[in-house]
Design a protein around this ligand. Structure first.
Ligand code: ZN
Length: 186
């Protein structure tokens, strides 16, 4: 299965809102499967459609063995507050603490179009919120204080030299490494 390129910060696709899918078709299932492969190759735990240049409301995730494919996801409950470090496959090597809801309940459609309700706390809850943000053109940097955002963007100014076309092309070698490393980029 071909890996998809991941768009990085600066690519307009990351700031465009997505469109709800009308039905989960074979083509969309194939896209979701490619996104899972790409996420693994990039050693991430979540990946949303805009990150691969697509406009459908879809993200995939895998956190602590929980494999998620979710179309048209919505947060229906958000409670409490929790701070934790986040990264993003579209902003490689930049990390910052972000305050999110401590517990969320999310609804959407699964890989076969079935209704799904997920409850998330800790890293899984953080991942759900981060990915749903992507579907509305929001990035974790948007939550930082002006000072912290400036420092994250200064780091990114150096990192982004590696991606002149604003895309990360993934390799099979990186995929092999996935078995050995655990990372928390979403
Ligand atoms: Zn992200």
């Amino acid at each position: 299965m071909a890996l998809l390129d991941i768009y990085v910060l600066g690519a307009p696709a990351l700031r465009q809102p997505t469109v709800a899918v009308r039905a989960v078709t074979d083509e969309l299932r194939a896209l979701a499967d490619q996104m899972h492969e790409t996420m693994h190759a990039a050693r991430g735990i979540g990946l949303a459609a805009p990150q691969v240049g697509r406009g459908e409301r879809l993200f995939v995730a895998e956190v602590d063995g929980r494999v998620v494919t979710l179309f048209n996801p919505e947060v229906v409950t958000a409670e409490g507050k929790a701070k934790g470090e986040e990264g993003c496959l579209s902003i490689p090597d930049v990390y910052a603490d972000v305050e999110r809801a401590a517990r969320v309940v999310v609804r959407g459609l699964g890989r076969d179009g079935e209704a799904v309700e997920l409850e998330g706390t800790e890293l899984f809850g953080r991942c759900l919120q981060h990915e749903i943000d992507h579907l509305h053109g929001r990035l974790f940097l948007d939550y930082l204080s002006p000072f912290k955002r400036r420092s994250a963007l200064a780091k990114w100014e150096r990192e982004k030299q590696k991606y002149p076309a604003l895309r990360r092309a993934l390799t099979v070698e990186a995929k092999d490494l996935a078995a050995q490393h655990h990372d928390e980029a979403l």
